[in-house]
Design a protein around this ligand. Structure first.
Ligand code: MRU
Length: 348
């Protein structure tokens, strides 16, 4: 039996934070087996943690980068060259999530030129970015949940939960709100090869919240749409282009095609910090290509067959034409197009 609204309380989890003058990151590579926090006091360490998937998910990457920028300011003192090197290291850590460059730009604007004290202004801004992200998550959760009617199964992909954000989540924020309102019967989550964010992270978050979830191999998802008749595919985004095309975890595009074919609607949940109006379309979004070793390592093998080439794109682009609703904290854009998206983004 489903819990009632009053009985449901989500279990907070913190992916990135600033404590005792250092950046603290939950090492997501170890979940769900182990909850270990890394304490990082060098900008190089934060850049490496973003690159190596200690912290991942577009908003969480932005928050970690903001705290990393505080360290860059603190290490650089008044040395402009050192500050630029530190910020560039962070900017280059991962290419697809719009939140990374957005957060660095905000910290730089707030802290100004390097000086012995500038890191304090950088820290105030990084904390504001973190706090605002949590507020945006809750606002998107309410807006997205209002789009669901009745009570049905939903599908999600990768992890767009508290672990991927300042807390609460984008897609999982909507799922949490909708569950509390009695609108969700069950969640289906794709395992998300090769890093298994769906089976390791999303399933972990939902299980902690006692929201019923079934994990399927990515290759089983079309059949699931056919047999289980979910009402919505609800996912996050790494970058939303000006025309409404969405880059998200590899596999999202195929899920959106399956959803459209089987009559499920597609909801993308992303804060305005993920929307990049300077990128015209999905074709212009840089797609991260990661080490091919990640593909076979995920199966437990330590080497690929000799002479075989592998490709490991971390993201794909879902065209705007497949998206029914883009939920931002500023409002919902139905069937996104450039004009409607720009209008919502122009809101305060
Ligand atoms: O490679 P990852 O784990 O950083 O990819 C994360 C995703 O694709 C998420 O869906 C996206 O960042 C949205 S997180 C709110």
């Amino acid at each position: 039996m489903q819990e009632t609204e009053t009985e449901y309380a989500w279990q907070p989890v913190v992916a990135a934070d600033w404590r005792d003058d250092a950046c603290v990151l939950l090492d997501q590579r170890l979940l769900p087996a182990e909850e270990r926090y890394l304490v990082l006091d060098g900008v190089e360490d934060v850049a490496a943690a973003i690159r190596d998937m200690v912290v991942r998910g577009a908003p969480a990457i932005g928050i970690a980068a903001a705290y990393g920028a505080v360290l860059a300011y603190r290490q650089a003192g008044a040395d402009t060259g050192a500050l630029e090197r530190g910020l560039a290291m962070l900017a280059d850590a991962r290419p697809t999530a719009a939140n990374l460059a957005w957060a660095l730009c905000r910290v730089r604007r707030a802290a100004g030129p390097p000086s012995a004290d500038a890191w304090r202004a950088a820290l105030a801004e990084a904390r504001a970015i973190h706090r605002e992200d949590i507020e945006m998550n809750h606002q998107m959760g309410r807006l997205g949940a209002a789009l669901l009617s009745g009570r049905s199964a939903v599908v999600t992909h990768c992890n767009a939960g508290a672990l991927a954000t300042g807390g609460f989540g984008t897609a999982l924020g909507v799922i949490r709100e909708a569950w509390a309102a009695g609108k969700i019967a069950h969640v289906f989550a794709g395992e998300t090869r090769p890093w298994l964010q769906g089976s390791r992270l999303t399933a972990w978050e939902l299980a902690r919240d006692r929201i019923p979830v079934t994990v399927l191999a990515d290759s089983a998802m079309s059949q699931m749409f056919r047999r289980q008749h979910p009402s919505w595919l609800i996912v996050g985004a790494d970058r939303v282009a000006a025309n409404g095309d969405v880059a998200n975890k590899i596999g999202t595009y195929g899920l959106a095609l399956s959803a459209r074919h089987h009559g499920a609607r597609v909801m993308v949940v992303a804060p305005s910090s993920t929307v990049d109006l300077d990128t015209a379309s999905g074709d212009d979004i840089p797609i991260e290509e990661r080490e091919s070793g990640e593909i076979w390592a995920a199966t437990g093998a330590d080497a690929a067959p000799a002479g075989v080439s592998f490709a490991n794109p971390a993201f794909d682009v879902t065209p705007a034409s497949l998206i029914d609703a883009l939920v931002t904290e500023k409002g919902v854009v139905e069937s996104p197009d450039p004009k409607a998206l720009a209008a919502v983004m122009a809101r305060p």
